[in-house]
Design a protein around this ligand. Structure first.
Ligand code: COA
Length: 694
């Protein structure tokens, strides 16, 4: 077994170092090492112990890759209790993040010191769990229940300074945690300080009002996610149970959650976040340098992209067609940054310094020094060609030329330049400085270091990049078009837009498809239908009621009515839409739909199209489709993604549904060949993920 915990003497101090790169996760060998270190402490003549983490952080939590496997002893709760029961005092000296189990190890210690830059967090609910090694019982004993209710159900964290303020730690220091810890140990020895168990502290004061408020908040916020509410139950238990009983209650809740599909979905999502950028084609390929970014077009999208780049410290040159448009773009960017100040993302002096990095110009010549140009102009091939031929003339030879198109053929755009190998699609989602997803659209001859640079850019911007191939709509919008199509079909068969929205929200999405239309603007869908009109198959369903709504000027939120009538951002169903729908239903057989049926149809359409996208190689792996839908389309994270969800409910059932619906609508419900193949072979999407894992 790996030697992941070292025990060394430094005079009277036993220094226990957790050394399990990359994040000192508390895997089996670390738990065993910590257990043995405490045993050894009892046996030798050290007077005090100091636990530190080696590398860039203290301890990153339990080893997530062990979840779902049979637990191996010693279990983490026992390790924490073992530390707490030590007859000699134990100090935890924390630097960088102490997360989940890492925080619990620190709480098992008798004294806690943190150096500046340390963070204490309980991210367990983000994995569908609650702290399971005493966190819910020890934290409120130190801080009272209020701060614990603020942090644990939210999966939140606090800085070292905040931790000191709320009583989570005893001391704040600077510099090297080992040196600071040794000095603290000496001080404690000089004072003759003994062990001091958090578990021996009195129960935290009950606070029914705060507990009820937290329950109400998370009932509303969690949209079907169970862990945050369960965390509140565990914290509430701390106020009325003795420590040992509270620990048992925490464990009971933890073990229950461990068995849930939500836990499996969230952990699938956690690992996918990291796997999505691991692609053989860019492995070991150094990205090109990136300091100056050009943005062409200062509308909502261009200004959002510029804001995102500025916020990550890049220099930005924005090109608009005239002075007035350039000034308007600058105003939009300033407003975006002001909003970031309001949200506490940056302070006013930082905003001013950030704006210094922006140049809004009217001449392409201003892009000569840029390492990357991102075009965000009108979605029209002739316009794009014009922009790219201008870029081709002014950009330096090593520069990357990117398009933010959401559906146009990137190969065709690249053909407008003399350097198609330097052209790539960077499909941002609006608002671009907020949304996490970036689809990286790799064209036929895009150079690998251009793709590698796109992934490096996403990381710098704090975004999740997904590799997509060229097709209409790439991964996300192509899949969206299909499940939107399924929703329109259900309307013709008798479901109302409001019923569909409710069913989709009940599934866990923040919005239904028709609320989404209202938010985006019904003109967007109308324009898309116009664009596709010439090539549309005659069997395709056109939502003629939506065209009528467009002609009436009911464009959604921006005009005060669409599928809903708005007062502010709150909408109530717009009954005036019903007769338009009724009219469109002529000739279609009507029936009623349960919420479950709506969800089944909608999800099957999503999964089937995503399977086509994977089968055609537009998405490299099912996990790429999962990540796209999670980060760009509001798919509930706790369901893992549509492909993971499909695996969970079983692919044969989904295929059976699709085949049954194909009897009446064979055009829309063509089963994805990949889905048929997997079912025939008795495999699932995750098997494919594993095959393509490196
Ligand atoms: N268990 C197992 N593996 C873990 C892990 C954990 N708790 N935390 C991180 N890793 C792995 C990642 O999968 C990644 O592996 P890879 O290099 O093979 O892809 C590697 O460690 C580095 O993690 P990464 O997230 O890329 O590093 P970072 O420096 O950006 O962030 C953390 C470090 C610790 C902040 C971040 O990894 C994190 O939040 N981890 C989860 C912590 C958590 O939820 N703990 C509670 C568990 S109950």
């Amino acid at each position: 077994m790996k030697d992941t915990v070292r025990y060394e003497r430094e005079g009277a101090v036993a220094v226990i170092t957790v050394a399990n790169p990359p994040v000192n996760a508390l895997g089996h060998s670390v738990r065993q090492g910590l257990w043995q270190a405490i045993e050894r402490l009892e046996e030798d003549d050290a007077q005090i112990a100091l636990i530190v983490g080696e590398g860039r952080l203290f301890i990153g939590g339990a080893d997530i890759s062990e979840f779902g496997k049979p637990p191996a002893e010693p279990l983490l709760p026992d390790v924490c209790t073992h530390i707490e029961n030590s007859a000699k005092p134990v100090i935890a000296a924390v630097h960088g993040p102490a997360l989940g189990g890492g925080c619990e190890v620190a709480l098992g210690a008798h004294y806690r010191l943190a150096v500046e830059g340390a963070r204490f967090g309980f991210p367990e609910v983000k994995l569908g769990l609650i702290p399971g090694a005493g966190g819910t019982q020890r934290m409120p004993r130190l801080t009272g229940i209020g701060p614990a209710l603020g942090m644990i159900p939210a999966g939140g964290s606090v800085s070292a300074e905040e931790a000191l303020e709320i009583g989570l730690i005893d001391r704040l220091s600077k510099g090297d945690p080992r040196a600071a810890g040794l000095a603290y140990a000496q001080e404690l020895l000089d004072q003759g300080a003994g062990p001091r168990a958090v578990g021996a502290l009195p129960r935290p004061e009950p606070d029914a009002e705060a507990v009820d408020a937290a329950r109400a908040l998370w009932q509303k916020k969690s949209r079907g996610e169970v862990a945050p509410l369960q965390a509140i139950e565990a914290l509430e238990a701390a106020t009325r149970m003795d420590f040992d009983e509270g620990l048992r209650e925490e464990r009971r809740i933890f073990m229950g959650l461990m068995e849930t599909p939500q836990r499996a979905g969230l952990i699938h999502a956690f690992f996918n976040d990291r796997r999505v950028s691991k692609l053989p084609e860019i492995e070991g390929v150094p990205p090109r340098g990136l300091n100056n970014v050009g943005v062409i077009g200062g509308g909502t999208m261009g200004a959002g992209i510029a804001t995102a780049c500025l916020l990550s410290g890049l220099q930005v040159t924005l090109v608009e067609r005239d002075e007035a448009a350039a000034n308007k773009a600058r105003d939009t960017i300033t407003a975006n940054l002001d909003a970031a100040v309001k949200r506490g993302k940056l302070d006013a002096p930082k905003r001013d310094a950030t704006l210094e990095n922006l140049a809004a110009v009217t001449d392409y010549a201003g892009l000569a020094d840029c390492d990357l140009a991102i075009e965000a102009v009108f979605e029209d091939m002739a316009v794009k060609h014009d922009v790219f031929s201008k870029l081709d003339k002014v950009m330096k030879p090593s520069a990357i030329l990117a398009t933010n198109t959401s559906y146009l053929d990137v190969n065709e755009i690249a053909a407008a330049t003399s350097r198609p190998q330097d052209v790539i699609g960077l499909h941002f989602f609006s608002p671009a400085h907020v949304m996490k997803l970036l689809e990286v659209v790799v064209a036929d001859v895009t150079a690998p270091d251009v793709t590698a640079t796109a992934f490096a850019l996403a990381k710098r911007l704090g975004k999740i990049a997904v590799r997509a191939g060229v097709c209409d709509g790439f991964i996300g919008n192509r899949v969206l078009a299909t499940y939107r199509g399924a929703a329109d079909r259900m309307i013709l068969q008798g479901a109302s837009p409001w019923e569909i929205d409710e069913a989709i929200k009940a599934f866990g999405l923040p919005m239904g498809p028709f609320e989404m239309s209202d938010l985006a603007g019904l003109d967007i869908g109308y324009m898309t239908r116009q664009r596709k009109a010439a090539t549309r198959d005659h069997r395709d369903v056109v939502p003629v009621w939506a065209n009528e709504m467009y002609h009436k000027g009911w464009l959604g939120q921006k005009t005060g009515q669409g599928y809903y009538v708005y007062e502010g951002r709150k909408g109530t169903p717009n009954q005036a839409v019903a007769p338009l729908i009724e009219h469109a239903r002529a000739g279609h057989t009507q029936r009623s739909f349960t919420q479950q049926e709506i969800q089944r149809v909608y999800m099957a359409a999503m999964v089937n199209e995503a399977a086509k996208v994977v089968g055609e190689g537009i998405a490299r792996r099912p996990l790429d489709a999962d990540v796209t839908l999670l980060y760009g389309y509001g798919f509930p994270r706790w369901r893992g993604g549509p492909m993971h969800w499909a695996d969970t409910v079983g692919l044969p059932g989904i295929l059976e549904d699709i085949r049954a619906w194909a009897k009446t609508d064979p055009y829309f419900w063509q089963p994805a060949p990949l889905l048929e193949k997997l079912v025939a072979e008795g495999r699932n999407f995750n098997d494919l993920n594993k095959e393509t894992a490196q």
